[in-house]
Design a protein around this ligand. Sequence first.
Ligand code: NAP
Length: 483
Amino acid sequence: MNEQITKTVPTDLYIDGAWKAGSTGERFDVLNPADQSVLASVASATVEDAKQAIDAAEAAFGEWAARSPRERGEILRRAFELIIADKERLAALITMENGKALPDSRAEVAYAAEFFRWYAEEGVRNIGDVMRSPATGARILVQHKPVGIGVLVTPWNYPAAMGTRKIGPALAAGCPVIVKPASETPLTMLALMPILEQAGVPKGIVSVLPSRSSGKIVDAMLHDPRVRVISFTGSTEVGRKLLKSAADCIVNPAMELGGNAPFIVCEDADIDAAVDGAILAKMRNLGEACTAANRIFVHDAVHDVFAEKLTAKMSAMKVGNGLVEGVEVGSLVNADTRNKVAELVDDAKARGAKVLCGGEVPDGPGYFYPPTVLIDVPGEAKCVGEEIFGPVAALQRFSNEAEVITKANATEYGLVAYLFAGDLKRGLALSEKLEFGMVGLNRGLVSDPAAPFGGVKQSGLGREGAHEGLMEFLETQYISVEW
Ligand code: NAP
């Protein structure tokens, strides 16, 4: 099946609606992390190729921006339907290049497609304003115009959804985009291009540039004055570099960066619901998510029962090649990611944490790591300060509200927090004290195309999804008018 699917995926650069080998002809291999087999050899874009993509975007921009929002919306809606119709092939492809299990990949395809449906509906609500100036009586007319060419840089953990979450609002707003997918997982984004073509996206409006010289090509694009938006999802470290590059030409930044989510279980919480929520918040995408519960704080009074129930569920999860039906936990994406998970667990053990399940790297090919539960993780353990990005639940105990809120907020990140409390009034009051862009209150999942996704502090700038996501690709023009 692997070969049949990869044969359907184009592997050249997609520029101006055509497949091109790239200016140097250089290529790189994409591997299946479950067995290290080579899936495909993909063209690697250079600065010259990036310039061609910008030229194409510039040429296509005016006509696309001038189309009615409804027409653009109908194209996005068709793209949504075509992706859903192709769900199984795309899910298998995601599993092959990323390693996650098929249920995770199927969920990603549905989530990815949903951004096209949402923005097909939201793009027609590009609402302006008219008012009278209180001082002069002139009319103040406010409208939102497409901001211009967007460069979209995406990570490997959601090869489809992190791209569509940006492409959907950009196209709805009338902007052309150039996508730079992660080198680990470029195939899914390439596979989406024939679908967008079939849906009616004109040439030049979306280009895709896989590249082994990511730093160089993105930097060059950010220094081309025609580029007006850099929308990045990835690590805080790379986000910082891009913000510095973006400063030279004052390019609008939208940054979805790292997280270090606390997951708090109060003593009055429904423990079964909290365990289910923890499984979702921890094990969705096998923990390779910026939203993954990284630090699990459990009240002393319910700690042992929570830990026991969580361990029972975690240890029952089936680990294996993500393409095999019934497997729930696939392979991590690469050796570095797996080594980091193992190192964080070993560090926590050395500092006194106890292992309730998992905790050892299995033998054999593939970058697998078993679902792991650690308890009594000390505050100084590295996994408390860093993103684990793997299937490891690290539990700490707490005894009062003030203590847990202080600990939860003690991070430079501020993407998402989760809180389970029986008394909703108390839950809402505690949620307000959490310094995070999103809070899952009695829920282990916050991602929703209709909601503004994003972080505070060093987790990012701006929001994706909802109406806010559209505004990232629009800019405000005010006309002072006498009539
Ligand atoms: P990453 O190393 O920051 O890479 C992300 C993207 O940036 C890739 O396409 C990468 O290309 C590119 N890149 C790397 N260095 C670059 C540079 N100097 N200039 C321009 N582009 C560069 O992140 P990752 O390891 O793929 O993803 C994991 C991280 O993403 C985690 O920190 C996670 O929390 C974060 N994330 C955040 C969100 C959110 O919504 N907040 C969602 C998902 C993931 P190459 O692959 O070619 O290196």
